[in-house]
Design a protein around this ligand. Structure first.
Ligand code: ADE
Length: 237
């Protein structure tokens, strides 16, 4: 069985979108994963195919109805974990991506409007995930991000196996910068050490740059990294 992605959305035509190209698109064509984008409206029963209603307690916008979402989730149930994309969710991490990529696949619930009736999450054991602290116009782009991150990790998808591991977030640090020919471009030089052929020195330079860049750009990651490094070895605790 290949890794299966099921999408519940009001805009199924947004898929595969960018996932139909490049690495993910080739893997899709090769059958390394499958994609089934389903319209939430197909699970309505009224003449107007209504999916939403006004918010309880008042306020602007519309809320996706729990009964409709439940019918959609139940209708596509295939044993894969169900995740709703929402800015109220837990932040997506590379660890979560690895966990999902190692499983049978995922069912993604894409919201629009003000969001989902909250009762759906407990009633159907749906996890809520956010891709960052900004508001998108819907969950579809976030679902695309999550799938892209998972699919590149599937067996056979990425050419060079090593390029999957030694990257930003796998080590807890941002990755070091990269350079290629020509050695001088518009007066800017490639750091001399990278042309030295001294692999130990190159590794030390890369680690130092990873640390410096993480410290200045991502103080949150740097704090976690230094906390972990400051722990006594597990045997000494
Ligand atoms: N839907 C709208 N904004 C979102 C976000 N930041 N992450 C996930 N889903 C979303």
């Amino acid at each position: 069985m290949n890794w299966s992605a099921t999408i519940l959305t009001l805009y199924p035509e947004m898929f595969p979108g960018s996932l139909g190209h490049s690495l993910a698109g080739r893997a899709l064509a090769d059958g390394l994963w499958s994609l089934d984008a389903r319209n939430i409206r197909d699970f309505t029963t009224d003449r107007h195919r209504t999916v939403d209603d006004t918010p309880a307690g008042g306020g602007p916008g519309m809320v996706l109805r729990a009964d409709i979402i439940a019918a959609a989730v139940d209708g596509v149930a295939n044993g894969t974990p169900v995740i709703a994309l929402t800015p109220r969710g837990a932040p997506l991490t590379q660890a979560k991506v690895r966990e999902l990529a190692a499983g049978p696949g995922v069912t993604l619930l894409c919201g629009r409007f003000e969001g989902f009736d909250e009762r759906i999450f407990d009633a159907r054991a749906i996890e809520q995930v956010s891709i960052g602290d900004y508001i998108l116009s819907g969950g579809e782009v976030a679902a695309t991000v999550l799938l892209d991150a998972c699919v590149r990790l599937l067996p056979g998808v990425m050419g060079a196996a090593l390029s999957g591991v030694d990257e930003s977030f796998e080590t807890g640090l941002l990755e070091h910068p990269h350079y290629t020919r020509p050695p001088e471009w518009e007066g800017h030089l490639i750091p001399e050490v990278l042309r030295s052929g001294d692999h130990a020195k190159i590794a030390a330079w890369r680690l130092a740059r990873s640390e410096a860049d993480t410290r200045s750009r991502r103080p949150d990651l740097w704090q976690r990294h230094s906390d972990a490094a400051g722990q006594p070895p597990s045997g000494a605790r």
